[in-house]
Every structure is written in structure tokens, then in C-alpha cells.
Design a protein around this ligand. Structure first.
Ligand code: NDP
Length: 449
């Protein structure tokens, strides 16, 4: 049985029979049966169906945002923005259907051409932090390429995916093309990874489970795309607009209560401005409004679960040097306050992914040390660079080993630009035209003339 809670109140909001191996196999069989007809749908018609889905998401924005807010504990204003992005993702990939094409290659004795072909049935395993967004980043390109899909959302947050599947049917996407199984990762997810009829796994989640996905996929040489953890650095040089860097830094780590793989959970600050920056940062963090996710003014809600709160709390031990600890509601709900810690690069809080509202602030001496510290991590997902020196900004951007960087900004994710990690943050790219690579094969055909 899957019990779904509202993390802000601990109320039970839904219960399901968990899908086991049998139900997962049945979903794969439905997808396999639907695939041949779906891949034959004319590009213009497939685009129209995805566009209709995008429009239905727009029409149901408030409903979907309320579902996501109650199930994840997200502030409602942010949840609306996230659903808006989901609609944009489907619009984008509707437009991409007929713009993802092959090439002709000059060869001797004939004509050589390539085709982009779908993989077949793909399994998508998604996490609880941005349930609908991350599902859409995979569904958009997968469906645009002509694949049939089995989506396994996180057991804690399956509600928005289930509603999206209903909207897909309403949009006219044929039955069996988009299937959702609600079950445990270790059962339903594992079965998808091993299933001989599943051609690819698109996974977002922890690096540990990402390793299991790779291992399990080896048995059938499945394609995998992995979007895993992060410990991204927000690098602030002395010549930056310090007030702006500090005013925005809390949102780059405490947004979604820090449960964000792109969280800039290490702030590296040039030593000469360290104290001044820390003062600004603490002031900005103090102003974050933590509370009821249903309140329009709320900026940060609770953590996802009691177990996760324990994990986050385990980072804030007595020996951690706190610069600030905010307030959070007491009583029901998995609350955790905004926490700013002064850290050394070797501290656990500065090395491991906390996935909660905890930031480690670390001084550096010069540009070389900033780059060395930023790269001193097994992860390489995201990050920011703050400086008014353009040449330095690009030097550092090219030197940091990470997939997504922003200069004088903390944004990582746009519908039309590639997103994904270096090192143990995974591989493969989501969003933009790059994502289509992960959901198609290239076939080469030579025609002798
Ligand atoms: P997991 O990696 O465990 O979960 C992500 C997804 O994988 C869920 O759908 C989960 O299912 C599924 N899953 C779990 N085990 C298996 C398995 N053996 N085979 C196949 N699928 C599986 O993340 P957690 O939710 O446990 O979070 C733990 C940590 O992971 C976080 O604290 C954070 O550090 C990191 N994380 C990173 C995310 C990111 O965006 N990169 C997102 C979420 C977490 P289910 O949970 O339903 O059992």
C-alpha cells in the first residue's frame, strides 16, 4: 500500500495499492502494444497532440499546482510557476517533432543518409522534489520522438503524474502510450530497469540509485540518462555586485526547501569581502518567509518526509559553526529552518549533498583557489559565478567542471537549453533539442547508385 501525505500537515491525502512486478509488466505490455501505431503517427499529428496536452496543462494549471503544493509542501506561488513550465515543455517538444531530422553524408558510390528513430518503450523513474516538472522533461522528448512510456513517479509524490496521464488521454494521445505505475523504486523501478522490453531508462534521483540503474541496465544493454545529485558552488568574487549576489543567494539554496539538485549549497566567497557578504547573506536569509504552503506569500515550505528531515538534521551537528538559524513552524509537518553555516572545505556539510535548507559558506584567497574548491567535489551539476570582470567570468566558467553555470544569476533551467551533469551528477542532457538525442537512435542507410 502506498500512503501519500501532505508534508506540511502529515495528513493522509491518498492511498494506493502499490504496483508490483506484475502491474509493472502489464504497463510495459500496454506500452509495447501501443508503440507501433504511435511511432507511425504523422509528425504534424504527433505535434498537434503534444500541443493539446500543453494547452490542457495550462487550462488545469491551478488544479495541478494545488496537487503539487499539497503533495510536496511547495509554496503555491512557486508550484504555479512549475506547472507553467510543464506546459512550456510540451509546447516546445510539440514544435521539435519535425525539427529533429537526419543528414545526408557525402560517400563514394551512392547516397548515405541518417534517420532518427524512436527507441521503443522507455521507462522513466522520477523523484519527489519536482515531480511534474522532471516527468515532463523526460516525457516531452520521449513522446516527441515516438516512444511509448512507462513512468514511475516517486512513491511519495505520484498524484500529479496520475492526473497528467488523464490529461494526456483527454488530449487524444492514444491509450497505452503514456502509462503510470505507482510503486516502490526497489520493486516497480527495479523491474523497469531489468525488463527486456524496456529500451531505455531516464532517471532522476540520488547518485546511489543512479549506480543501481547503470548496473541493472547492463543486463540488457539499456540506454540510460542519469540526472543525479549535486553540491554546486556559488562563487562570489570581491568585484561582484555583493548586495545583489547576497540578496539572491538564499533563493538559490533554500528554494524548494533546499530539495533541489541544482541548489548552490556551497557559497565560496573571496576572503577580502567575506564578512561583508556574510552579513548581507544572513540578512537576506532572515527575510525568507517560511510557513503554510497554501499561503500566497510563503517562500519556503516543509521537507518532504520525517525520514528526510532526520537526514538533513544529521548534518547540523554541535560542531557546525552556525552563522544563522531561522525559524520554522512547530507541531505537525516536516519543518526545518533555513541554516547558514561557516564551513571548511573538508567538512561533511561542505562535501555531501544535504538536500535541505542548509548552506555552507567558505572563504577563498584568489581565482585559482576558487576554481580548485568549486571542482573539489565528486559532483558537477550546476553553479554560479558573480563578478563584474567579464574575462574572469568566462575563464572561471570554462574551468569549473559542471554541466550548467550562470554568471551574475542563479538560474539553471530553461526549456530550450540543455541541462545535465558532469562527473557523478550523471550524464545525458535534458531539455532543449539536446534531450531528443537521449530518446532516439541514429540509423544510417546507404543506397548504392
Ligand atoms: P532516490 O534516488 O531513492 O529516488 C528517486 C527515484 O528512484 C524514486 O522514484 C524512487 O522510488 C526510485 N528508486 C529508488 N530505489 C530504486 C531502485 N532500487 N530501483 C529503481 N528505482 C528506484 O531518491 P530519494 O527519494 O531516496 O532521495 C535521497 C537523496 O537523493 C536525496 O536526499 C537527494 O540527495 C537525492 N535526490 C536527488 C534528486 C535530484 O533531483 N537529482 C531528486 C531526489 C533525490 P521510490 O522513492 O518511490 O521508492
Amino acid at each position: 500500500m502506498t500512503t501519500v501525505l501532505n508534508p506540511a500537515t502529515e495528513e493522509v491525502i491518498a492511498e494506493f495499492d502499490s504496483a508490483g512486478v506484475e502491474e509493472t509488466d502489464a504497463a510495459v505490455a500496454r506500452a509495447k502494444a501501443a508503440y507501433p501505431a504511435w511511432r507511425e503517427v504523422a509528425p504534424g499529428d504527433r505535434a498537434r497532440l503534444l500541443r493539446r496536452l500543453a494547452s490542457l496543462v495550462e487550462e488545469h494549471q491551478e488544479e495541478l499546482a494545488q496537487i503539487e503544493s499539497r503533495n510536496v509542501g511547495k509554496p503555491i506561488a512557486g508550484a504555479r510557476g512549475e506547472v507553467g513550465m510543464v506546459a512550456q515543455v510540451f509546447h516546445y517538444y510539440a514544435g521539435a517533432v519535425d525539427k529533429h531530422f537526419g543528414e545526408t553524408i557525402p560517400v563514394a558510390g551512392g547516397v548515405d543518409m541518417t534517420f532518427r528513430e524512436p527507441l521503443g518503450v522507455v521507462g522513466l523513474i522520477t523523484p519527489w522534489n519536482f515531480p511534474l516538472n522532471i516527468a515532463s522533461w523526460k516525457l516531452g522528448p520521449a513522446l516527441a520522438c515516438g516512444n511509448a512510456v512507462v513512468l514511475k513517479p516517486a512513491e511519495l509524490t505520484p498524484l500529479s503524474a496520475l492526473r497528467l496521464a488523464e490529461l494526456a488521454l483527454e488530449a487524444g494521445i492514444p491509450e497505452g502510450v503514456l502509462n503510470v505505475v505507482v510503486g516502490k523504486g526497489s520493486v516497480a523501478g527495479q523491474r523497469l530497469i531489468e525488463h527486456p522490453d524496456v529500451a531505455k531508462i531516464g532517471f532522476t534521483g540520488s547518485t546511489e540509485v543512479g549506480q543501481q540503474v547503470m548496473r541493472g541496465a547492463a543486463g540488457t544493454i539499456k540506454r540510460v540518462t542519469l540526472e543525479l545529485g549535486g553540491k554546486s558552488a556559488n562563487v562570489v568574487f570581491a568585484d561582484a555586485d555583493l548586495e545583489r549576489a547576497a540578496a539572491t543567494a538564499p533563493y538559490a539554496v533554500f528554494d524548494n526547501a533546499g530539495q533541489d539538485c541544482c541548489a548552490r549549497s556551497r557559497i565560496l566567497v573571496e576572503r577580502s569581502v567575506y564578512d561583508r557578504f556574510l552579513d548581507y547573506l544572513v540578512e537576506a536569509t532572515r527575510n525568507i518567509r517560511v510557513g503554510d504552503p497554501a499561503d500566497e506569500a510563503t517562500e519556503m515550505g516543509p521537507l518532504i518526509s520525517a525520514a528526510h528531515r532526520e537526514t538533513v538534521a544529521s548534518f547540523v551537528t554541535d560542531d557546525v559553526r552556525l552563522a544563522f538559524r531561522g525559524e520554522a513552524p512547530e507541531g505537525q509537518g516536516f519543518w526545518f529552518p533555513c541554516t547558514v553555516a561557516e564551513a571548511r572545505p573538508e567538512d561533511r556539510i561542505a562535501r555531501e549533498e544535504v538536500f535541505g535548507p542548509v548552506v555552507a559558506v567558505i572563504p577563498f584567497a584568489d581565482e585559482a583557489e576558487a576554481v580548485r574548491l568549486a571542482n573539489d567535489s565528486p559532483y558537477g551539476l550546476s553553479g554560479s559565478i558573480w563578478t563584474e570582470n567579464g574575462a574572469r567570468a568566462f575563464r572561471v566558467a570554462r574551468a569549473i567542471e559542471t554541466g550548467v553555470l550562470s554568471i551574475n544569476s542563479n538560474s539553471s533551467v530553461r526549456v530550450s537549453t540543455p541541462f545535465g551533469g558532469y562527473k557523478q551528477s550523471g550524464f545525458g542532457r535534458e531539455l532543449g533539442m539536446h534531450a531528443l538525442e537521449g530518446y532516439s537512435e541514429v540509423k544510417n542507410v546507404f543506397y548504392s547508385i
